[in-house]
Design a protein around this ligand. Structure first.
Ligand code: F6P
Length: 490
């Protein structure tokens, strides 16, 4: 807010994402509100609130249309309005081609390299272009002047920066890519690689979570477009325009709003233990994510199996609670993962469980942030075993939830968060035996060591919070704007 006031006075902030921060659904004839399970939403929501911006997103809820005004606007958060949500309506066909098709069958596996083959179809690409165009029209419609600050979120909108740039040449366009960027050889398999790079370079700044992904992006541009790359300035000159490529590690609000209403840790633990029938002498590990094949869910279950094989004294004394929010359920890869997880858990519980003991409890349903924080606070350890992840905010949320300074974070070395949270127990999720041993380490870690590690991680998340993430992007935007005005004068 301060940067906007002092460095970018009067600037209008427009956020664009596919996923909306509030979804209105019809449930039993009533309008029901959901905050989706999305790292993007939990990160951007407090920022948009703070700058009273406009958030443009696809209105995907079954009651979304009845909650907007004649401009497709709704003021949010409900009950405490702080900014405008502008909903964009997409047909089934548009969603299929843009979201399920090109974004999630193509770009998602392409960028994550989790060994799921990306699927590229020309018809999806055409719809992807058309939907990007539709959002460009809405951005221009919502812009109050020629120079808004447009914060574009994610791989659903690679073409949008260029489309906006053509119509609002003076806009500051910051595109943040929330997922990894692969090396140029992997990226080269995308049939529309040049168009994607050209689209993104309509941005003033392209942001990634870590420098490694910035480097991969610059290498891809270098290989496929006629451009000049200045590595020491992390900038790309292309088609008469300069784009900065910077890393901005995303984070969460500190302290998280969901923590406000939480009872003390002991009470959370008592409630959660009671709910799932755990006895006091048991240990509880948790995993929280969308049901996604990049998250290494089956891999962590296999690690528990290794733990039970090599340290059978833990059978009957450890419960793993897996929250897996339903996600992208129309795509076969996701349906397959769901079945695989259910099959694994059933067989595992039959093998290691008893009448009163289920070693893995999987809840494949949506949970509120409050419920999730409750579970984080009840746990002895949180396992984040992504096969590849841009950042992973669950790791940061777990740390933020532990104001008692206890609990162990087991974190994949392939999640961006592992570059910051060095005091986590870092694991390779492809190595089930080693991950089983890491779990053993968490089970036996002395309280004082847990505290030291947690204290350090909390310092990091507190300092590098979401406002710092947004603040450094806006600060760079302000610098660019100044530089542009000086160039114009001279
Ligand atoms: O991680 C990439 C991402 O787009 C996040 O930014 C978001 O949290 C998540 O995927 C949610 O995906 P979807 O909107 O498809 O449910």
């Amino acid at each position: 807010r301060r940067i906007l006031r002092t460095e970018l006075p009067g600037a209008q902030v427009i956020v664009v994402s596919n996923r909306e921060p509030y979804i209105h659904n019809l449930k039993d004839g009533e309008v029901d509100l959901i905050v989706p399970a999305s790292g993007l939403v939990s990160a951007l929501e407090p920022v948009t609130r703070a700058c009273a911006g406009t958030w443009i997103a696809h209105g995907g809820g079954s009651a979304d249309k009845i909650t907007v005004d004649e401009h497709d606007h709704v003021q949010v958060p409900p009950g405490k309005p702080a900014y405008t949500l502008r909903r964009v309506w997409l047909s089934e066909e548009e969603q299929q081609g843009h979201y399920s098709g090109f974004s999630n069958d193509g770009l998602w596996p392409l960028c994550h390299i989790a060994f799921t083959r990306p699927l590229f179809r020309a018809s999806d690409w055409e719809t992807y272009e058309a939907v990007n165009q539709k959002f460009a029209d809405v951005v221009v419609e919502e812009a109050r002047n020629e120079r808004p600050i447009v914060l574009i979120q994610d791989y659903h909108f690679a073409l949008l920066p260029r489309m906006i740039r053509r119509r609002l040449p003076e806009a500051i366009i910051i595109t943040f890519w929330h997922i990894p960027w692969p090396n140029s050889e992997v990226f080269s398999i995308c049939p529309w690689r040049e168009q994607i790079l050209d689209g993104l370079l309509g941005s003033s700044i392209v942001g990634f979570h870590i420098q490694f992904h910035c480097n991969n992006f610059m290498e891809s541009v270098d290989r496929f477009l006629e451009s000049r790359i200045e590595r020491e300035h992390s900038s790309i000159s292309y088609g008469g325009q300069t784009t900065l490529v910077h890393s901005y590690p995303i984070s969460i609000e500190w302290p998280p709003a969901a923590l406000e209403a939480q009872p003390p840790v002991e009470e959370c633990r008592r409630k959660v233990f009671e709910r799932y029938g755990l006895s006091d002498d048991m240990k509880l590990f948790v995993g929280v994510e969308r049901m996604d094949y990049t998250k290494g869910i089956v891999d962590r279950f296999q690690a528990i199996e290794e733990l039970f094989t090599n340290h059978p004294e833990w059978i009957g004394r450890l419960v793993f609670l897996q929250i897996a929010a339903p996600s992208r359920g129309t795509l076969p890869a996701y349906q397959h993962l769901h079945q695989e997880c259910v099959g694994f858990v059933d067989a595992f519980n039959q093998r290691y469980g008893t009448d009163g003991y289920k070693p893995i409890i999987m809840l494949a349903e949506h949970h509120t942030q409050e419920e999730i924080y409750n579970v984080y606070r009840a746990a002895d350890a949180c396992v984040v075993s992504s096969l590849h992840d841009g950042m992973n905010l669950v790791a940061k949320e777990f740390v933020a939830s532990r104001d008692d300074e206890h609990g162990v974070l087991i974190l994949s070395t392939f999640a961006g968060a592992a570059r910051e949270l060095l005091e986590a127990v870092i694991v390779n999720p492809y190595d089930a035996t080693a991950m089983g041993e890491a779990m053993m380490r968490a089970l036996t870690m002395p309280a004082e060591e847990q505290r030291q590690r947690m204290l350090r991680m909390r310092e990091i998340v507190r300092e590098n919070n979401i406002y710092r993430w947004a603040g450094s992007m806006l600060q760079d935007a302000a610098r660019l704007r100044k530089r542009n005005s000086i160039q114009k004068v001279t």
